[in-house]
Design a protein around this ligand. Structure first.
Ligand SMILES: NC(=O)c1ccc[n+]([C@@H]2O[C@H](COP(=O)([O-])OP(=O)(O)OC[C@H]3O[C@@H](n4cnc5c(N)ncnc54)[C@H](O)[C@@H]3O)[C@@H](O)[C@H]2O)c1
Length: 431
């Protein structure tokens, strides 16, 4: 053995000799090295080609490719123009991001109903059942709203949209929502809520004319705040989740683009929105599904049996707040990336002002569904949820004329009616 090694090393040394080529292919160590490289190469090819499953950031990128869909061409532009065409006197032309989402669908439909031009944009990601997003898309399609399939990080697409339509307003609702999913896929929050928002603002600031922007922040920015009801003047520097941190970052980013480029920006802090066509990851939605299936539901309680409560806000009230924000938004003051004067910068709470304990929510659902829920009481985990939310809406009332009018009982009745007709017997089941 030793002899072999020595002889191999000896042959290796001879590589510089004139016999190099002949020796290379006949030496066992050279053959071994050659095949090792081939083997290593195959392993590398395998790893680089397969999508990452271990890294949340990697899975995010593979799931949300920016260029999966084709856009452009005369027929596509015609469709975009037609959807965004204003059909009423004094109407506005709005780009709605996240239009296939829960709030986006309702806002788009309401704008279209009153004769505004509406173009949707959504990447139809699979954070929750995409067939629900497709059903919302079909609903909007019937009322004349076209949703372009694309990502807000796709700058070329955004620029094209602004080239085809001179949008007067942007209603920015696209985001990675949900609090707990941040522990599974943190990268998706950075991708949509931070990078995506900046990408959109970059295109808006360079547009000529610049649009006015209304966008969804969240009540979650109040984080560990204990002073109630939450007012816009309260501190928002203690986020309890990555989701909340990205929304807070969005508010700071909005300030910057307003300050430097004169963009008119209005941030809306929504409080637990619910209603028909809602989001399957929210408690009222999956409680309904599980109660109907006879599955046990987990109800959280805070320390010392403290009540967990939410300021549930019905979707129609949120839509009214969004439309009023668009209607009262002043024009941006810049053009072509240059600020010409100070521009409007606003933040509003949009809530219902009456927090309801989650146990009451379950009682109402039991009555509406006529099924007794199997409940298990659990300690509120410290993974993003806060104990209660409660909105002070005096600012929105004063400046937007915002006045929520649907109580939880009435709103849930409408939700349950929709749920049963959408997922009812013989139809699809909620995933
Ligand atoms: N529903 C609530 O209770 C609530 C509360 C506070 C704040 N908000 C905010 O309101 C907005 C709307 O929420 P929702 O409940 O309708 O959520 P949703 O998830 O139903 O809608 C968001 C939509 O945005 C799309 N989207 C996500 N990332 C995108 C990207 N990078 N490019 C293009 N499209 C993308 C999604 O596919 C989805 O259809 C979000 O900004 C959310 O954070 C909602």
């Amino acid at each position: 053995m030793k002899e072999n090694v020595q002889s191999t090393l000896g042959k290796f040394k001879m590589e510089k000799s004139p016999y190099m080529h002949r020796l290379r292919w006949h030496s066992p160590i050279v053959k071994l090295t050659f095949w090792s490289f081939v083997f290593l190469g195959l392993i590398l090819v395998f790893f680089f080609r397969s999508p990452s499953t271990s890294s949340p950031l990697g899975s995010d990128v593979s799931r949300r490719s920016l260029s999966t869909n084709s856009w452009g061409g005369p027929a596509w532009e015609k469709r975009v123009r037609s959807s965004a065409k204003v059909r009423s006197r004094n109407g506005i032309s709005v780009l709605v991001t996240g239009a296939a989402g829960f709030v986006g669908t309702h806002v788009s439909a309401a704008l279209k109903r009153r004769g505004d031009g509406v173009l949707g944009l959504d990447n139809f990601n699979d954070y929750y059942d995409p067939t629900l997003k497709r059903a919302r898309q079909a609903l909007l399609e019937r009322s004349g709203v076209y949703i372009v399939e694309g990502d807000i990080n796709d700058k070329a697409l955004l620029e094209k949209l602004f080239e085809v339509v001179a949008f007067t307003h942007v209603m920015h609702l696209a985001a990675q929502a949900g609090v707990r999913y941040a522990m599974v896929n943190p990268g998706s929050y950075i991708h949509s809520n931070i990078a995506g928002f900046v990408s959109l603002l970059e295109v808006c600031k360079s547009a000529n004319p610049q649009p006015a922007i209304v966008w969804a922040s969240s009540s979650s920015v109040y984080g560990l705040n204990t002073k109630v009801p939450f007012s816009e003047k309260d501190r928002t520097d203690q986020p309890a989740s990555l989701y909340a941190a990205t929304k807070k970052a969005g508010e700071e980013i909005a300030h910057t683009y307003n300050h430097i480029y004169g963009l008119s920006l209005t941030g809306l802090r929504f409080f637990t929105v619910y209603g028909p066509w809602g989001r399957p990851d929210m408690a009222y939605f999956f409680f309904t599904k599980d109660i109907l299936k006879g599955k046990s539901i987990q109800i959280f309680e805070a320390a010392n049996h403290g009540t967990v409560a939410r300021d549930f806000t019905y979707i129609d009230d949120i839509v009214k707040g969004c439309l009023a924000s668009l209607d009262t938004a002043e024009k941006s003051t810049g053009s072509g990336g240059k600020k010409k004067g100070p521009a409007q910068l606003r933040v509003f709470n949009l809530g219902n002002t009456s927090p309801v304990p989650v146990t009451n929510l379950v009682n109402i659902l039991e009555r509406l569904l006529k099924v007794k829920a199997k409940k298990s009481i659990m300690k509120l985990p410290r993974n993003g949820d806060v104990q209660f939310t409660h909105a002070n809406i005096s600012s929105a009332r004063r400046e937007l004329g915002y006045k929520p009018s649907t109580d939880l009982q009435t709103g849930l009745k409408k939700f349950v009616k929709w749920y049963l007709s959408y997922y009812g017997e013989g139809k699809k089941s909620a995933k």
